[in-house]
Write a protein that binds this ligand. Structure first.
Ligand SMILES: Cc1nc(NNC(=O)[C@H](CC2CCCC2)CN(O)CO)c(F)c(N2CCN3CCOC[C@@H]3C2)n1
Ligand code: NI
Length: 207
């Protein structure tokens, strides 16, 4: 199966493993994974996180010709399971001489999430100022991707522990993008076709 091949110890997920627009799995509502998690589902989550790390490493990204990513959903690997991975780096700090220094915590968010779902959200909407892209979309789709500003998300981690977290800012946008994938939703479904860059009153713009 696709999953068996992806979780082989020697396999590193690469761009050839990521399905593109037109593949029906991108428009499929994925199944919840059964708990306790199977070894295969735990391994798949770890491989997805490894892909994100490699995609953010200049040497590996160049070697493997990876597009950089901060999130990935199993639907993008042609696997209709509710498994997502999120890896959001912290920005480097600037010292008194204006030099970049490594942040204390390398990552703002690093999580493999099973059966993630939004259980509540803000009335206020938000969008990333520059719009969004997707590793499964080989074209630019300009426009503000309108999302909830803040969300409360329930999910299980690789140790079968249940979590309920509140997200805002960029992590909120990223997790919503990934949860959307597990529900067959693409980022451009949230762009206003007539006025892609229209800023409605109250919209929070995220840099
Ligand atoms: C904003 C951004 N989107 C990148 N790509 N798109 C993705 O991640 C798609 C998911 C994101 C699109 C918007 C919200 C979620 C993948 N999606 O299709 C999965 O469903 C980036 F790569 C990126 N960063 C900033 C941090 N940088 C650290 C150093 O390494 C490079 C990296 C680049 N920021
Ligand atoms: Ni995507």
């Amino acid at each position: 199966s696709v999953q068996e091949n992806l979780i082989k110890a020697s396999h590193l997920i690469n761009m050839d493993d990521i399905v593109r627009e037109g593949n029906e799995t991108l428009r499929t509502v994925a199944d919840e994974v059964s708990l306790p998690l199977s070894d295969e589902d735990i391994l798949l989550g770890e491989k997805m996180m490894e892909f994100l790390r490699n995609s953010q490493n200049p040497v590996m990204a160049e070697k493997m010709q990876l597009r950089p990513g901060v999130g990935l959903a199993a639907n993008q690997l042609d696997i209709a399971k509710k498994i997502i991975a999120v890896l959001i780096p912290n920005d480097p700090e600037i010292d008194e001489n204006g030099n970049e220094v490594a942040p204390k915590e390398a990552y703002k968010m690093s999580e493999i999430m099973y059966n993630a779902k939004i259980v509540s959200h803000s009335v206020q909407d938000a969008a990333i100022e520059s719009g969004e892209g997707c590793l499964s979309v080989d074209r630019e789709v300009p426009g503000l991707v309108i999302r909830h500003a803040r969300v409360t998300v329930e999910y299980y981690d690789k140790n079968n522990e249940k979590h309920k977290i509140r997200l805002k800012g960029f992590p909120s946008m990223c997790v919503q993008h990934e949860i959307d994938h597990t529900n067959g939703i693409m980022f451009y479904d949230h762009i206003n076709e007539k006025e892609p860059w229209a800023v409605k009153d109250g919209l929070l713009i995220i840099q």
